[in-house]
Design a protein around this ligand. Structure first.
Ligand code: GLV
Ligand code: MN
Ligand code: MN
Length: 412
């Protein structure tokens, strides 16, 4: 049976892992950074070595085509891919696996001539992790990028997307030109590590994604009053940080108790102003993130959390402001693609489990323009977004072979 070369895939994964490598393992390779741009150049070269036709679009997405050099509605392509940017202090597989296994699969299809009637492409979508704007490249490609917002897109540290892209030789304002012609993508399938513990704990080698969670991010700002931290009596303080802290703890409980059982929440960014020891915080600022696969549940939780923040603010005599940052809607995967993945796995003798994705992925954007699906493989210890993220090499081989046979079936 046609199979990928694990040696070749492993060499590719280890080569990409050197761009932005950290001394203690893992990698920091933010979109548009020098490490990322070196990785992009390496990827383009490697696509050429594999016999693919590489090109880069206005949003910085990298494509390697087999039987195509551009998207064309007259010849809808079967597309695979993921991303080569990483979170800060991330692992070597998140994103990289989907791009490099896709590249390897197309390399094998080219070498063996395995029945591809349709054109195929592997994509590395830009800024999936959202240093500046999450899922930026796939949003542009799928026509979901609001051009008016591009000048405001910025990293948490204030660096603007337009400047970061200019540094890498791109004009951010032209990114919407990356939009694919309607009907030019016939199907999309993405291989990814699960990033959680479910497959490993169930002893199942392949996950078939049914839906990808929606993610809401809101900046919540509690505004109290700066005061002397020594002389102000405790009962008179209007502390913006303590209101934020109380809200974070209570919102966590609310999401656990009133969510679907799949709902999760996180407070990964916290700022205290003015942030010195001898002033009562005038302001406590949080970025509140919530994820859930059912859109109705996500809406309800968002309403309940905002009511909770107002109650906390009132009791603590501070003001609260909300600034919505982003909101993606949960994306169902196409039953046709799920069935093809399951058939491919069955052909390889691999048990599968249907599951939802608790992480965001470019596939959620592609799902709006074509039949999209995802293949998951187990993550060791469920670890991801950390330097020791890893999967067994034989798990990687199994996943890449399921991807290969899924692509062959979709393209035939
Ligand atoms: C993507 O990595 C996410 O945060 O879900
Ligand atoms: Mn990630
Ligand atoms: Mn990812």
């Amino acid at each position: 049976m046609t199979a990928i070369s694990l040696d070749r895939l492993r060499t590719r994964i280890e080569a990409l892992a050197r761009f932005g490598a950290l001394p203690g393992g893992g990698v920091t390779r933010s979109a548009w950074s020098p490490a990322h741009e070196e990785a992009r150049a390496w990827l383009v070269d490697d696509m050429r070595t594999a016999g693919l036709e590489p090109w880069i679009d206005a949003a910085g997405n990298v494509f390697g085509g087999l039987g195509m050099r551009a998207f064309d509605a007259a010849r809808p392509a079967v597309v695979t891919g993921s991303h080569i940017d990483t979170v800060p202090e991330g692992g070597i597989l998140d994103g990289a696996l989907g791009v490099l296994a896709g590249l390897e699969a197309l390399h094998v299809i080219r070498e063996t001539g395995a029945g591809h009637g349709r054109p195929l492409a592997v994509a590395a979508w830009s800024d999936e992790e959202g240093r500046y704007a999450s899922l930026f490249g796939s949003r542009a490609f799928c026509g979901k990028l609001d051009a008016a917002h591009i000048p405001e897109m910025a990293a948490a540290d204030g660096e603007r997307l337009v400047d970061a892209m200019a540094g890498a030789g791109f004009d951010a304002l032209r990114a919407p030109e990356a939009r694919a012609p309607a009907g030019s993508v016939g199907a999309y399938v993405e291989l990814h590590i699960e990033q959680g513990p479910r497959l490993e704990e169930a002893g199942i080698p392949i996950g078939v994604v049914e839906a990808i969670v929606g993610v809401r991010r809101t900046r919540v700002i509690f505004i109290g009053q700066a005061d002397h931290a020594g002389t102000t009596p405790m009962e008179r303080r209007r502390d913006g940080f303590l209101a934020a802290a109380e809200f974070a703890l209570k919102a966590r409980d609310l999401v656990v108790k009133r969510g679907s059982g799949r709902s999760v929440t996180n407070f990964g960014v916290v700022h205290v102003h003015p942030g010195v020891t001898n002033i009562v915080p005038a302001r406590g600022e949080l970025i509140h993130e919530m994820r859930e696969p059912d859109p109705a549940v996500l809406d309800r939780l968002a309403r309940e959390c905002s009511a909770l923040a107002k109650r906390v603010a009132k009791r603590r005599q501070v003001q609260v402001e909300f600034r919505p940052l982003s909101a993606t809607t949960p994306a169902p995967c196409a039953p046709r693609v799920q069935a093809v993945i399951e058939e491919a796995a069955a052909t390889l003798g691999l048990p599968t489990q249907r599951m939802h994705s608790a992480a965001g992925h470019d596939a959620q954007n592609l799902a709006a323009i074509t039949d999209a699906g995802m293949i998951f493989i187990p993550s060791k210890g469920g670890r991801s977004h950390r330097v020791d993220e890893m999967s067994d090499w034989d798990a990687i081989e199994r996943g890449a072979n399921v991807l290969l046979h899924t692509l062959i079936a979709l393209a035939s």
